[in-house]
Design a protein around this ligand. Structure first.
Ligand code: XMP
Length: 328
């Protein structure tokens, strides 16, 4: 299976520059003189959305970044720093870590986790944003694959992407989703057109519910911290290896099982870490990445030596379909 690009073909190429012009006009028309709040996750989609809004309505934009404690290692600080300067002070950062972990207590079912996280986002927004008539617009970085995979009916729903629907209705916001029709590779072209830094545009996708969908079973602060450490090792090794073809998305997963191991001659019973790496262009289809064996070996060695409790490392060799990219 070859990943298919959505960036057009020779007959009908995607024109990022004219998309930007059209989108700015359309945002101006829709928003009129009202204020717009943008839900910023620091990922490619919401960053491009914020940049489009910044161009279209400037001072009437406020971006809100909710740190739910389920981001990658060091990411929350990095997002706050980057966007504070990029949006010239129009960013509000909210530390909501403890309350998200509290809400996730005892929840193991994947769709329920997603719903709980989506709902808590609503609660945080409710506390931060003006409600009712004056609340104006809420902008979200929803893209085409989010909409397709959230499905209309229960049978067609693969996962409830937590940025699709929900928020604006409850808050009395009108919804702005300027990149809803775009696929991921088109979003990146638009980001480039808007002059966003390449490390931002080329960032691998990250799900709205964050590490919660990579921790199978109950999510706890301790598991999230362990996964952050494991994920940082996986990411660093893959990034340094510059493998070909380029890997589209890569991360660590905690499958929620323990295994027996032996370290320094002693029995250890601790968590298994799964490594996931896929090749794709838009996340709709994906092929498991045939990572070089020496790279896999380095990842395995580092995970089991640098994280004392980890006893075993497995590599996920499932493509999409039949699997999905995230484990939940
Ligand atoms: P799946 O796991 O459905 O993921 O094959 C496809 C792509 O979407 C990302 N993903 C999400 N992105 N909100 C998002 O913004 C979500 O709730 C969400 N769930 C999955 C996933 O990382 C992959 O790139």
């Amino acid at each position: 299976m070859n990943p298919v690009s959505n960036s057009g073909n020779n007959e009908n190429p995607f024109d990022a520059s004219s998309f930007v012009q059209r989108s700015i006009q359309s945002i101006k028309q829709q928003a009129g003189q009202e204020n717009v709040i943008c839900a910023l996750s620091g990922g490619v989609d919401s960053s491009v959305t914020a940049a489009l809004l910044d161009r279209a309505i400037g001072e009437r934009l406020t971006a809100i970044f909710v740190d739910h404690g389920l981001l990658r290692k060091g990411e929350a600080k990095q997002i706050s720093r980057t966007f504070n300067s990029f949006l010239r002070g129009k960013l509000i950062t909210i530390n909501a870590r403890d309350r998200f972990f509290q809400k996730l207590q005892g929840i193991t079912e994947p769709e329920k986790k997603r719903k709980v996280i989506g709902r808590e986002f609503v609660n945080v927004f409710k506390e931060q944003a003006p409600i009712g008539e004056e609340s104006g617009f809420l902008a979200q970085g929803t893209i085409r694959s989010d909409v397709v995979e959230s499905g209309q009916g229960v049978e067609s729903r693969i996962k409830s992407h937590h940025n699709v629907g929900g928020l604006p209705k409850e808050l009395g916001f009108k919804l702005l989703e300027p990149i809803r029709e775009l696929y991921k590779d088109q979003v990146r072209l638009v980001g480039k057109e808007l002059g966003l830094a390449s490390e931002l545009i080329e960032r691998q996708p990250f799900p709205g519910p964050g590490l919660a969908v990579r921790i199978i079973g109950e999510v706890t602060k301790e598991k999230a911290e362990l996964l952050q450490e494991a994920d940082a090792i996986v990411c660093r090794e893959i990034e340094q290896s510059r493998c070909e073809p380029p890997v589209w998305q890569y991360f660590a997963v905690l499958p929620g099982i323990n295994a027996v191991g032996t370290k320094s001659g002693r029995r250890v019973y601790g968590p298994v870490v799964a490594v996931r790496a896929v090749i794709s262009t838009d996340g709709m289809n994906a092929r498991w990445a045939p990572l070089p064996h020496d790279l896999l070996e380095r990842i395995s060695t580092r995970l089991t030596t640098e994280i004392p409790s980890v006893t075993r490392v497995v590599y996920d060799i499932t493509s999409k379909p039949p699997g999905t990219i995230e484990w939940e």
